[in-house]
Design a protein around this ligand. Sequence first.
Ligand SMILES: C[S@@+](CC[C@H](N)C(=O)[O-])C[C@H]1O[C@@H](n2cnc3c(N)ncnc32)[C@H](O)[C@@H]1O
Length: 227
Amino acid sequence: MVENKPVLHPTTLWDFPKQSYGKTPKGDWRFNGVTPAGVIYNLIIRYTKPGDLVVDPMCGSGTTIDVCKEEGRKVIGYDIAPTRPDIIQNDARKIPLPDNSVDMVFIDPPYGDNVKYSDHPDCIGKISAEKKEFYQELEKVAKEIHRILKPGKIASWLIGDHWRKKSGFIPVGFKIYQMLEKYFEPVDVICVVRRNQRSNTKIWEQRALRYNFYLRGFKYLFIMKKV
Ligand SMILES: C[S@@+](CC[C@H](N)C(=O)[O-])C[C@H]1O[C@@H](n2cnc3c(N)ncnc32)[C@H](O)[C@@H]1O
């Protein structure tokens, strides 16, 4: 393995102490909700070959683009609110690509309305994970991902759960998994350790004890196959 590259995790528990690696920066660590580059690196090394086309329909600060370019994969990154010129403005509920044309999709969508990504009215991150609508809109995205993927290829979907004062625990991950199972077959479920999270502070620790909830220490990475 090339030095300085992230660990290729042989287990279902993934932890990424470094946000960045290699010759170029990957995404923008200041972007609220940035994906650890090592998650995407592990997926594309395992599930694609050089020259394959990878698509990220909600590309944020562009981490998927940067990882794919360094590893010699073709890549298209979309977002409703592009943060840089190589990201194409597009709503993930309608992806402008032909059926069966893509070798892998990676997506790290909003997990509810806990983070403000942009003022764009079509940002799914404006809908609370307490509402049915949130899952309905993400289902439209899942259908599009299924349509553009070649049969036998991988869609990988990162998602985290919530705790809300009013509703208590919201198993966002399980709800998304149930929805994904309608379209895809599971390949594996990975637990991605959360680092640099905003809740990793004394104030949140005290809140968690006072209101009797747990701080979220991990996200799910669902690795799914189009059959
Ligand atoms: C968790 S962030 C993605 C982080 C990204 N992987 C990175 O490393 O920077 C979620 C992204 O979904 C985008 N988004 C929300 N609703 C969208 C929609 N309807 N279509 C496309 N992108 C959307 C947001 O603008 C935000 O950039």
